[in-house]
Design a protein around this ligand. Structure first.
Ligand SMILES: *Cc1c(COP(=O)(O)O)cnc(C)c1O
Length: 393
């Protein structure tokens, strides 16, 4: 044991020596445009709370009600005695919202992606994955027996080469897997081109739309709707725009969902979502389906923030998504900048290797619909002052 712990401590020391230790800042009270940290009121620019629903009164009221009518916990997986009418209602609702036959709930999208590939694809098949896909897609693919191919992020020439390689290898079925939005850059996947290539090579298309469902595209139906294409399978989360608590899902053709209910391991061997989460998920869908005002506010806020940062002289990645990364180069600079912003009442997180490539460290800002013009101006003033203090503008 002591030898083992010495080994673990050496590992921790190495992480720390590289300046890679992640330190969790403690919030007291709810998630929102501002959070309370050690008594200080901080402008919060790093939550996935795109529509500001994380503490919305409709969601908290729905959760409270479900706690009274349906209890606290299910104490069961779905197929034994963990399925309430609420679960099926949310699954049907999500499927209709996403334009798919049916959907299946998981404890998180990490589990949805972890459980998706293995039941659907076997050794005769191939899966082709974007190099910047979320860790949960990578892990899900590792757990399945299909041949694995990878293409450089959004590189359509490379995707076609991988499709040809998979076909030449005799693959029975091919599935292309991509994030709808790449979370470190805020770039959208090139879904129209990917769909066209998938069709040309007879491949299936899976899109993980965690950073889009609820706010991208008409009625917030996500990146496939934004581009007007159909994805064969969509995975997503209730943990971001749709309330921000937890829960994941897979939506797709009836037979696919039916087979996942029989075979997906994180579904079969893990607890049912608690009723309050499911009820709040339904309340979130009620809101987002008619939240054109919130979506308009979100994109107006994002455009204002992006323009403000650019005018100030920061190197901002181009795009339209409310993920707006400020490029700072070296990890040390990103850390110094995040720290300085903290002192000025703005909470942001620096991202550096291995999360992003070396020399491409950044502060990833995320804008939401609940931020006011005053909040954004306060944030811009702080970024200007911090940028000068750290010497990047
Ligand atoms: C956040 C995220 C996940 C994980 O979702 P959880 O429901 O929090 O497990 C999966 N994929 C992508 C692309 C994400 O951004």
């Amino acid at each position: 044991m002591s030898e083992f712990l010495t080994h673990i401590k050496t590992e921790l020391a190495a992480i720390d020596a590289d300046g890679m230790t992640k330190r969790e800042r403690m919030i007291s009270g709810p998630q929102g445009t501002h959070v309370s940290m050690a008594g200080a009121r901080m402008l919060n620019l790093c939550a996935n709370n795109y529509l500001g629903l994380a503490n919305h009164p409709n969601l908290t009221a729905a959760a409270h009600r479900a706690l009274d009518t349906d209890g606290y916990g299910m104490a069961s997986v779905r197929f034994i005695c963990g399925t309430q009418d609420l679960h099926r209602k949310l699954e049907t609702r999500l499927a209709a919202y996403l334009g798919q036959d049916d959907s299946i709930l998981f404890a998180a999208c990490f589990d949805a992606n972890g459980g998706l590939f293995e039941p659907l694809l076997g050794t005769e098949d191939a899966v082709i994955s974007d190099s910047l896909n979320h860790a949960s897609i990578i892990d899900g693919i590792r757990l399945c027996k299909a041949r694995r191919f990878r293409y450089a992020n959004s590189d359509m020439t490379d995707l076609e080469a991988q499709l040809q390689a998979a076909r030449a290898g005799g693959a029975r079925f091919i599935m292309i897997a991509t994030d709808g939005v790449f979370s470190m850059d805020g770039f959208l996947a090139k879904l129209p081109e990917i769909r066209a290539l998938a069709d040309a090579y007879g491949a299936l298309l899976m899109v993980d739309d965690c950073h889009a469902t609820g706010f991208m595209g008409p009625q917030g139906r996500g990146t496939p709707a934004h581009f007007g294409i159909k994805a064969d399978v969509i995975t997503g989360t209730l943990g971001k725009a749709l309330g921000g608590a937890l829960g994941g899902y897979i939506a797709g053709p009836q037979a696919v969902v039916d087979l996942l209910r029989q075979r997906a391991r994180p579904y079969l061997f893990s607890n049912a979502l608690p009723p309050m989460i499911v009820a709040a998920g339904l309340a979130a869908l009620d809101l987002v389906e008619s939240a054109d005002d919130l979506r308009a506010q979100l994109f107006a806020n994002a455009a204002y923030w992006r323009a403000g940062l650019t005018d100030t002289g920061f190197d901002v990645l181009p795009g339209e998504h409310p993920i707006i990364p400020v490029m700072l180069g070296e990890a040390k600079v990103a850390q110094a900048m995040a720290q300085d912003l903290g002192k000025r009442g703005v909470h942001v997180a620096g991202f550096f290797f291995p999360v992003v490539p070396k020399g491409r460290a950044r502060i990833r800002t995320q804008i939401n619909a609940a931020l006011t013009r005053d909040d954004l101006d306060f944030g811009l003033d702080a970024f200007r002052a911090a940028g000068r203090a750290v010497g990047v503008i």
